[in-house]
Design a protein around this ligand. Structure first.
Ligand SMILES: NC(=O)c1ccc[n+]([C@@H]2O[C@H](COP(=O)([O-])OP(=O)(O)OC[C@H]3O[C@@H](n4cnc5c(N)ncnc54)[C@H](OP(=O)(O)O)[C@@H]3O)[C@@H](O)[C@H]2O)c1
Length: 297
């Protein structure tokens, strides 16, 4: 049997680069495409890329998702997130390839107080979320068996260039600068290591996934609790203070609760396990394995 060919769009992003790093089986052939190699807003370039790559599966991890910037530029956000997704799905359909689109917990409004399931109604609180809802719908119009994979609060080794890094690195930088670190304690989600998403995604892709999936840790926390865990695990001193969203005064509205429950895929490991893995792989903590016991140094 010939190797399954997977074309990864957004291959140097957090999730894209972890897919490239971790999907290493001999029966897989991963073809990478970065923003510089193919802009998803350029239909002709996308079509040419897909025709050259001859993929069995196209995985679209691209996004324009710097939220404050997006909030003032719905036109670009719609073009990249929604039209880009539609064009990628169409290009995949044209060569008979499967298609997987990444989406977000922010498609929900946070009014629910138990984990959101795949079929729960969506309602956007900000421009980014509205463009991702449009993307979810457009890719399914363009590709009859498209899969939509919602994830939340991603952090990965590559960091997100478009968002200026990731939350973990921002916390460590602010603390190293000796500044007070104020973090909201009334927004609850499940921060997720992209490596854990990449690994969970592969068996689903192999099984011919289609429809909507949530890939999220089995538990949840506030961003404040997550920040506290970063400092506890790394042993870095920090002047960490909880604040309410109202007090923090962020320019973009976000759901107060956006935990993703899963009915169609196994839950990922708890968020703390993903965080520990990230901190270890990034070299922020060292782990000694002695007689089967792990000890953080
Ligand atoms: N990060 C999160 O917290 C989060 C949460 C929920 C859902 N998601 C979704 O999960 C997916 C992966 O997120 P991530 O954090 O891995 O993203 P990321 O690190 O910011 O990577 C996004 C990738 O998209 C590329 N890109 C941006 N505009 C493009 C365009 N017009 N054409 C082609 N490529 C373009 C970027 O390339 P350049 O950097 O070179 O421009 C980058 O490689 C996205 O769909 C996102 O919406 C993310």
């Amino acid at each position: 049997m010939s190797a399954m060919r997977v074309l990864v769009l957004g291959a140097n992003g957090q999730l894209g680069s972890d897919v490239v790093r971790l999907w290493r089986d001999p029966d897989l052939h991963v073809v990478t495409a970065t923003h510089a190699e193919a802009d998803v807003t350029d239909a002709a370039a996308l079509r040419a890329l897909v025709e050259r790559a001859r993929p069995d599966v196209v995985l679209n991890t691209t996004a324009f998702h710097n939220l404050p910037v997006v909030e003032d530029d719905p036109e670009t956000a719609l073009r990249v997130n929604a039209v880009g997704g539609w064009q990628a799905a169409r290009a995949a359909a044209a060569v008979g390839a499967a298609f997987v689109q990444l989406s977000t917990d922010y498609v929900f409004d946070g009014e629910k107080r138990t984990p959101y399931l795949e079929d729960d109604p969506r309602r956007a609180l900000n421009v980014y979320a509205a463009t991702k809802i449009a993307a979810e719908d457009l890719v399914r119009v363009a590709h009859p068996r498209a899969a939509v994979v919602r994830v939340a609060g991603l952090f990965g080794l590559a960091g997100s260039a478009g968002k200026g890094g990731n939350f973990v690195e921002t916390m460590l930088r602010l603390a190293a600068e000796g500044r007070p670190v104020r973090v909201v304690d009334d927004q609850v989600t499940a921060p997720t290591n992209t490596a854990e998403v990449a690994e969970a995604l592969l068996p689903l892709v192999r099984a011919g996934m289609h429809g909507v999936y949530h890939l999220a840790p089995s538990d949840s926390c506030s961003w404040y609790t997550f920040a506290a865990a970063i400092f506890a695990l790394t042993g870095r001193p920090a002047d960490l203070q909880p604040v309410t969203t109202a007090r923090f005064g962020a320019p973009v509205r976000r759901p107060a609760y956006s935990v993703l429950g899963t009915t169609r895929a196994p839950a990922l490991r708890p968020w703390r396990a993903g965080l520990e893995r990230y901190l270890r792989e990034k070299g922020h903590i060292r782990t000694e394995i002695r007689a089967g016991h792990e000890r953080h140094l």
